[in-house]
Design a protein around this ligand. Structure first.
Ligand code: GSH
Length: 220
């Protein structure tokens, strides 16, 4: 079983968190953002994550992948049909914009990118969001907008999203998006949110840059 992913991608992080929580062993393949051919060959579209279950079954869409992986429903998947899910999805769409605007200029300097994939990413994203130097210039304003949204989000964590007693699929979705902010040097999580994320990390045995931890790979 093999996961094709981008390290920075929150939808890919969802699947990595779920795999970790469920303790499912898998082969990890970080694709270059400039590689259009591999995802298209596997599923017909350039979109990750893709999970290859073997025997010719490779699928995309993070939540569809997780639904197949979580055979014992440890993540309370029925919540995906609830109003909590719709609420969270709307919140993530809002938060996602700010998180991406803040994090993208830094993501491109992490080890998953080389020159080719960095140029590809910057060209694609700046066509939609404007040049990265302007994103950096607007970072303070972006943070001002984001922080109150994070406060109201925090109120919903008691202890898990929506008042759930155990970690659920909704926490996987939320934590995967928030994680991107750790890369932004001028941003600091409240201690509550930091602890929440660290708790998810621990339960999911999650190491963000696991694929690059060996120095011989890092220094390549
Ligand atoms: N709905 C999809 C969204 C996945 C998605 O948007 N992936 C982005 C990376 S964050 C992607 O592969 N983009 C390819 C591109 O823009 O070239 C899911 O939940 O898996």
């Amino acid at each position: 079983m093999k996961l094709y992913h981008y390290v920075h991608c929150p939808f890919c992080v969802r699947v990595r968190l779920a795999l970790g929580l469920l303790e499912i062993p898998f082969e990890s393949k970080v694709l270059s953002y400039a590689d259009e051919e591999t995802p298209k060959q596997l599923t017909g579209v350039k979109m990750l994550p893709i999970f290859d279950f073997g025997q010719g079954l490779a699928i995309n869409e993070s939540l569809d992948i997780i639904k197949r992986l979580d055979e014992k429903n440890q993540l309370k998947l029925e919540l995906l049909e609830s109003s909590l899910f719709s609420e969270l999805n709307a919140e993530l769409e809002e938060l996602g914009k700010s998180i991406h605007n803040l994090a993208m200029p830094y993501w491109v300097w992490t080890p998953e990118f080389d020159e080719e994939s960095r140029s590809y990413f910057v060209a694609k994203k700046s066509a939609k969001r404007g040049p990265f130097h302007l994103l950096l210039k607007k970072a303070d304003a972006e943070k001002k907008e984001l922080v109150p949204k994070l406060w109201s989000l925090e109120e919903k964590l008691s202890p898990w999203y929506g008042g759930e007693a155990e970690m659920t699929i909704l926490d996987i979705m939320l934590a995967a998006h928030l994680w991107g902010l750790y890369i932004v040097p001028e941003f600091q999580f409240s201690s509550e949110l930091h602890q929440y994320l660290q708790c998810v990390k621990e339960k999911c045995h999650f190491v963000y840059h696991a694929d690059f931890q060996h120095p011989e790979v890092f220094l390549k």
